[in-house]
Design a protein around this ligand. Sequence first.
Ligand SMILES: Nc1ncnc2c1ncn2[C@@H]1O[C@H](COP(=O)(O)OP(=O)(O)OP(=O)(O)O)[C@@H](O)[C@H]1O
Ligand SMILES: [Mg+2]
Length: 140
Amino acid sequence: MNNKIKFKLSEINQTTKLITREISNFSVVLLRGELGSGKTTIVSYILKELGVTENITSPTFSIVNQYKISGKKINHFDLYRVKSESELDVIGFDEYFDDFSISFIEWPEIAINRIYENYLDIYIKFIDDTTREITLKKSI
Ligand SMILES: Nc1ncnc2c1ncn2[C@@H]1O[C@H](COP(=O)(O)OP(=O)(O)OP(=O)(O)O)[C@@H](O)[C@H]1O
Ligand SMILES: [Mg+2]
């Protein structure tokens, strides 16, 4: 797998298909990149690819949205508004991770010490209005 991919919004389907293939080896996926770089957009395409049929929205205010697909739970976090590790306990962060869950985490930095599984790291870089570059990195 090429670990750097530059893509336009019009090519996002193709790119997320490629990422989805990589994800099958992980139960945690982190998404990093500045505000509006495209983290939620990419997650929503990946979730559709995984079989989520519901409308996928940003968990900006809910902190976490949960979806169910064939015996698996999908957690989609946005930790932007979480300012301390103790706030993670308030939302019961640790309980979201089990053998039957796949978690996508935007703004994961505050929770990095609470992630015990191997994860796939996706960095998104803004190139221009419609172009982004992602870099994929595995935790081990
Ligand atoms: N190639 C691209 N990939 C992803 N998004 C793109 C691309 N080109 C343009 N966009 C646009 O950039 C915006 C990205 O918004 P999005 O909410 O996904 O960002 P985000 O990183 O989740 O932001 P936040 O940090 O607020 O959570 C969308 O309006 C999307 O249409
Ligand atoms: Mg977002």
